[in-house]
Design a protein around this ligand. Structure first.
Ligand code: CA
Length: 438
């Protein structure tokens, strides 16, 4: 579960519609992407309901009652192999949860700067707790490294980020939350698929309905898996016959290891490392789609901070240049293992936090570069204004939705280039002011 962050490499957008008609939008193709995570461990589908109406604060009236929706959905669930008795037990007393609807419709005006997010994610208390748990579960972690080829530090780091090592798993009924979202959320088909998967988990006997708890978006347990991810990747590692990511640490850590293994994690390879970028660098290269061997980046003038060394064996690995706060902030070369973390949660800020937290457990992971703390993120309305101004000044940014996707980033770069500025694609107040005064 992540706070809303300024998207760096955004891959998708919801499209505003004027009625209760579902539309599919593919305006912006995924790259190594970043987004406000809507459902951890799986990218949100590009299907949306009337976001413009939601913005206006108007009530989106469902075309049917909850009872009518439930009756229709019950048919589908039974067709999908859910038994009538299980369905009726799981739905006993279920009503829509207004808090879930509110959370689903909220579009925060202000974003937290990435440096504040990292400060919270990498708190000294979390680092201490992680180190202690690495000791406490050393035998289990050694078995998981053997079985799945995923390094122990990254497993404990993901555990810390997802649920604060199991302490914050979410206390909402998963069935109720997903039923609410399937009935009148912004992505009903996605929620319905998750709900079917959740019923399959109950039918399998892994957990009792009343114990199936999670976040408002249906992310469950110590791993914060959504139900479909649970069905493909949850593991019974303690051998009691149930995949219990809520109460069993072996099951939860093994499930995370299984997921990272499937996402391409390579044992003992680094996630990446901090670098420094020379003056006059071509910042068009700093994009998730631009991957080249580490050696090539070094030939282009990228250097390592004083006192650091290139991780052994990383010279020929494929890397992208990540600038979480634009050209004025710290820079990182991120490798394939970073992309594996992005598959857990498609946000480069999240993946950076997981990576650095894992390093902190071993006593490094401190950033040499300084953050541009005078450069606070644009608010949502400022991002929309920026998009409108870019469009009006011959730099097509697409629909002014406040989401900085690939099109908007490209428009920012061409505008920056026209001004003779570093073309890092990062939206700043300085650029907004410059376009306002044209
Ligand atoms: Ca188990």
């Amino acid at each position: 579960m992540l706070p809303s962050l300024f998207p760096r490499w955004h891959s998708r957008q919801l499209i505003a519609a004027s009625s209760l008609v579902l539309l599919v939008a593919c305006a912006e193709k995924p790259t190594a992407a970043d987004a406000v995570p809507l459902a951890p461990a799986q990218p949100a589908p590009v299907v949306g309901l009337a976001t413009a109406d939601v913005d206006a604060g108007s009530e989106l009236q469902p075309v049917q009652t909850f009872a009518q929706w439930q009756a229709g959905f019950r048919e589908q669930a039974l067709q999908a192999g859910i038994s009538a008795s299980l369905f009726d037990r799981a739905f006993s007393g279920v009503t829509p949860d207004m808090d879930v609807i509110k959370a689903d419709r909220s579009q925060p005006e202000f974003s937290r700067p990435v440096w504040e997010y990292l400060d919270g994610a990498l708190s000294p208390l979390r680092v201490r707790n992680g180190k202690r748990l690495l000791q406490q579960h050393a035998d289990l972690l050694a078995q998981l490294e053997q079985r799945y080829g995923v390094d122990r530090q990254i497993l404990v780091s993901v555990w810390g980020m997802e649920s604060n090592f199991g302490q914050f798993q979410g206390s909402k009924s998963v069935i109720r939350s997903l039923a609410t979202l399937a009935y009148e959320g912004r992505r009903p088909q996605f929620a319905q698929d998750q709900l079917i998967a959740a019923l399959q988990i109950l039918q399998n006997g892994d957990i009792q309905p009343e114990a199936m708890r999670g976040s408002w978006a249906g992310a469950m347990g110590q791993t914060q898996f959504i139900p479909t991810t649970y069905n493909t990747h949850a593991v019974d590692f303690d051998g009691d016959g149930r995949r219990d990511i809520w109460n069993s640490t072996p099951d939860a850590l093994a499930s995370t290891a299984h997921y990272l293994q499937s996402s391409g994690w390579k044992r003992s390879q680094p996630w990446g490392f901090e670098v420094q970028v020379p003056a006059g660098f071509d910042f068009w290269q700093a994009d998730g789609s631009q991957r080249k061997p580490v050696s090539e980046w070094l030939q282009m003038g990228v250097t390592l901070p004083a006192g650091t060394q290139l991780p052994a064996g990383s010279n020929e690995l494929s890397a992208a240049l990540l600038l979480p706060a634009g050209a004025r902030g710290p820079a990182f070369l991120v490798l394939d293992n970073f992309r594996a973390i992005l598959k857990y949660n498609n946000s480069s800020s999240y993946a950076l936090a997981v990576s650095l937290l894992g390093d902190r457990f071993s006593g490094w992971g401190f950033i040499a570069g300084s953050w541009p703390k005078d450069d606070t993120p644009l608010s949502r309305s400022e991002r929309m204004e920026l998009q409108n101004l870019l469009n009006a000044s011959g730099h097509p940014a697409g629909n002014a939705d406040g989401i900085i996707g690939a099109n908007t980033r490209k428009a920012i770069r061409t505008a920056q280039q026209a001004l003779g500025w570093p073309a890092d694609g990062y939206p700043t107040h300085k650029l907004l002011d410059s376009l306002r005064s044209r």
